[in-house]
Write a protein that binds this ligand. Structure first.
Ligand code: AMP
Length: 282
């Protein structure tokens, strides 16, 4: 596996590649979720490029930029084992040189859900993903469904900006008790870790009620919120039922309805989601 730091090194390494390129953008601190995306990229392209960049602009004031877990050596070993051919570890100054001032904004999809408490987040994601796409020029890029809103923002920007890139979704990889894997799970104390299961319990409850015939989003929201309020270390930021394509709120659930939730467990903000009608049970 080649390791590139600068854009010039990345482009030089790419010149030696033949065939299609599959790309997995990440912030590092790899777990099985990230590795599953790399394997998927491997399955559907000849060469796999993974980027590791903790993008400072997508963290709001008071968020966890400085504390964000970093393990470059471990990450390189894991991505090599997962079949990546090239790891790109850019420097902030290389992506945002002095005088940098351009921003990409996917307006509507960035506003609801996580966009309410993180108003600059998705614009920063859209901007960095656009830059990474321009440099890597992949044929395929894989994004996790765990960050469903991000996936939809990326799909939209690819369409709107005429990128010739296929966006593939990767299913959410979970711990044995169902907690969605996240680099941020490492912040949880043992007691918080136990209660973090409330997110997937909310997902399971909503799916069960939907399968039993419940279609009122008000009632689904209320049931999930009340389940989470039974966990003393958990504080709901939002429980929303939205159309999975537009992310607009819906009142009556159907097979396109997405349940999305953000919950603080202690001081750690966790998210999860599911399409209610999907058969796979977390
Ligand atoms: P991150 O490094 O957290 O920014 O995530 C990089 C990519 O991994 C994104 O496309 C995420 O959606 C994806 N990802 C994060 N956690 C998971 C998970 N548990 N299962 C599948 N994909 C994930």
């Amino acid at each position: 596996m080649i390791i590139a730091r600068t854009i010039a090194q990345l482009q030089e390494a790419k010149r030696g590649f033949e065939g299609s390129i599959g790309f997995v953008p990440t912030m590092g601190a790899f777990h099985e979720g990230h590795l599953s995306l790399m394997r998927e990229a491997r399955r559907c392209s000849d060469k796999v490029v993974v980027s590791l960049f903790v993008n400072p602009t997508q963290f709001g004031a008071g968020e966890d930029l400085d504390a964000y877990p970093r393990d470059l050596e471990g990450d390189l070993a894991k991505s090599r084992a997962a079949g990546a051919h090239l790891a790109w570890v850019p420097e902030t100054a290389d992506l945002y040189p002095p005088g940098y001032q351009t921003r990409v904004e996917v307006t509507e999809l960035s506003r609801p859900l996580c966009g309410v408490s993180r108003p600059v987040h998705f614009s920063a994601v859209a901007t960095v993903v656009t830059k990474l796409f321009h440099v890597v020029e992949p044929d395929v890029a894989v994004f996790g469904e765990k960050d469903f809103q991000q996936l939809q923002v990326v799909r939209r920007l690819v369409q709107d900006l005429d990128f010739d890139i296929e966006i593939l979704p990767g299913p959410t990889v979970r711990e044995p008790d169902g907690l969605a894997m996240s680099s941020r799970n490492s912040y949880l104390s043992p007691e918080e870790r136990e209660q973090a299961v409330c997110l997937v319990e909310g997902v399971r409850l909503a799916k069960r009620l939907y399968n039993e015939g419940e279609r009122s989003c008000g009632r689904l929201r209320q049931e999930v919120s009340s389940l989470i309020s039974g966990y003393p270390l958990a504080r709901t930021e939002y429980v929303e039922l939205v159309d999975s394509r537009s992310l607009a709120r819906v009142e009556t659930a159907d097979d396109h309805t997405l349940l999305a939730l953000a919950v603080r467990v202690g001081s750690t903000r966790l998210i999860d989601n599911t399409i209610l009608a999907d058969r796979d049970s977390p």
